[in-house]
Design a protein around this ligand. Sequence first.
Ligand code: AMP
Length: 139
Amino acid sequence: MPAYDPENIFAKILRGEIPATRVYEDDETLAFMDIMPRADGHLLVIPKTPCRNVLDASPEQLAAVMNTVQKLSHAVMKAFGAEGVTIQQFNEAAGGQEVFHMHFHVLPRHEGDRLRPPGQMGDMQEIAAHAEKIRAALA
Ligand code: AMP
């Protein structure tokens, strides 16, 4: 497996070098909105420490990230009146991964809805409004 590349885009977000719409953070993890949302409220949870994905993550990184995934899953259920949550996670290029800092997708779902196709840039104002709903649900 290749080494962790500290120039990946999520590492730059963690260092504050590029902007992100942050919704939650604690000592070990950060949650921010996906800029190509496949559902309203689509967000990402990452560890603050480096690892490429589940294959090289430590038990501590996995535990911290999963705690935050659960917290944010409850928050999006409340914020969007969702009936379910899809959690997605990809490992290495062959597994569908594009950004090589471990991340979990959290997607609020409603009965019968369909995820939008990947790779479509979202409306940043709409994403900001969705982030505000999630922050309010966490408060
Ligand atoms: P994957 O590695 O396949 O899980 O895909 C990376 C995900 O990160 C995609 O859903 C992208 O929309 C998302 N993404 C890429 N760049 C950014 C960014 N600067 N801020 C927020 N989300 C991003």
